[in-house]
Design a protein around this ligand. Structure first.
Ligand SMILES: *Cc1c(COP(=O)(O)O)cnc(C)c1O
Length: 367
């Protein structure tokens, strides 16, 4: 196996789930989002570990992602968060994926697919309370629930919304979330007034698990905190699950004034030892981190020298080093800066870093 690997610490995932459980108490179910191959961590092993650690639901974004879990033998409820094409609905029905439904036309298509598959499909009514992505207006929830209730092939198992700004404690954002939650409660009330049980109520992403107890309802859907990226100084305390590691492939001495890598953007300020690492943007390590990344070897951090290439990058070990070829290197996670630190340097979010580590990088699961 190649030197570059993503170590997936499933023991940390279990502890992160336990930390969320401690925070939210015994009642709400935990839905583990495993979309985008579990934020890049590997959907099937993460789903299994999450269910073992007490998650009751899984969430995905495409029908194919759900089929992958079912074919691996996972029989927990799986929620499809995004809207598939009508022609994907027979697959969703055949594999018992629960659909988010936010409009009448899609409800009809889902009912038909379920009927043709000879199934009673569980669905969750999705209310758009201010995310502006998918879902029905809060005031239309009762009518949509009434339609779902008269479809014999559909079963209303839950009612959900998604929060747009829950991850910031800033005052104005707190207010927006409170407004969203008010609209959500009134949507649920509208469903009850129509004589229908809204099922499991759920709204909370990671930010709302951290900041908004009133959003926890019957189930929470925290993704990024379960992968180990949370608000510093807040509960739950979590640890990053993914660690990107490699080994030094080559070491050489470079003289003062010589340059390293494409574009000759880096010139050796003094004679120094340069290590070549077999990891690059072709693995999903963002090239824009060139000049702004330090890797960990033993107990120190060493800066990259020059541009990150497709398959390799170079680190400056300094003039006097006894570090040897093949020694292990941590690129992020573990005892190196985390994916969240890298993301901050790039003006993005940790999700994009872990999702970006692609299939060329083998995942090694630690229990
Ligand atoms: C991705 C997603 C989540 C999880 O969000 P995090 O920010 O990772 O906690 C929850 N709900 C929905 C609908 C999502 O799409």
């Amino acid at each position: 196996m190649r030197a570059t690997k993503a170590i997936i610490h499933l023991d940390r995932l279990s502890r992160n789930i336990a930390a969320v459980r401690t925070k939210i108490g015994a009642k709400p179910l935990i839905c583990m989002p495993v979309k985008a191959d579990a934020y890049g961590h590997g959907a099937v092993p993460v789903a299994r570990a999450a269910l073992e650690a007490g998650a009751g639901y899984l969430a995905i974004a495409t029908v194919d992602e759900g089929i992958e879990l079912r074919e691996a033998g996972i029989d927990a409820p799986i929620l499809l968060l995004s809207i598939p094409l009508p022609e994907e609905l027979p697959g969703a029905a055949a594999y018992d994926l629960s659909l988010f439904i936010g409009d009448r036309e899609f409800a009809e298509a889902a009912a038909l697919a379920a009927r043709q598959a000879g199934k009673r499909l569980s669905v969750h009514l999705k209310v758009d309370t201010g995310m502006g992505r998918v879902g029905c207006p809060p005031e239309a929830a009762g009518e949509l629930a009434a339609f779902i209730a008269v479809c014999p092939s559909l079963e209303l198992a839950g009612t959900a919304t998604h929060l747009a700004v829950a991850d910031s404690p800033a005052e104005t954002d707190m207010n927006y979330t409170r407004e969203q939650l008010d609209r959500f409660r009134s949507a649920a009330e509208g469903i009850r007034r129509a004589g229908i049980d809204p099922g499991l109520l759920h709204a909370a992403n990671s930010g709302a698990v951290i900041f908004h107890e009133e959003a926890w309802f019957d189930m929470v859907r925290p993704g990024i905190i379960l992968y180990g990226y949370a608000a510093p100084g807040r509960t739950p305390e979590v640890e990053p699950v993914m660690e990107l590691t490699t080994q030094i492939a080559f070491i050489k001495r470079v003289k003062a004034g010589e340059t390293v890598s494409y574009g000759r953007t880096w010139t050796a300020p003094r004679d120094t030892m340069i290590a070549t690492l077999p990891v690059g943007y072709g693995d999903g390590l963002p090239r824009r981190l060139s000049g702004n990344l330090q890797v960990r070897i033993r107990d120190a951090l060493y800066p990259l020298a020059g541009r990150i290439c497709m398959d390799q990058c170079m680190a400056d070990l300094g003039p006097d080093t006894d570090i040897r070829r093949w020694e292990p290197v941590t690129v992020f996670g573990g005892n190196a800066p985390s994916a969240a630190d890298l993301a901050a340097r790039l003006g993005t979010i940790s999700y994009e870093i872990t999702c970006g580590i692609n299939k060329r990088v083998p995942r090694i699961y630690r229990h």
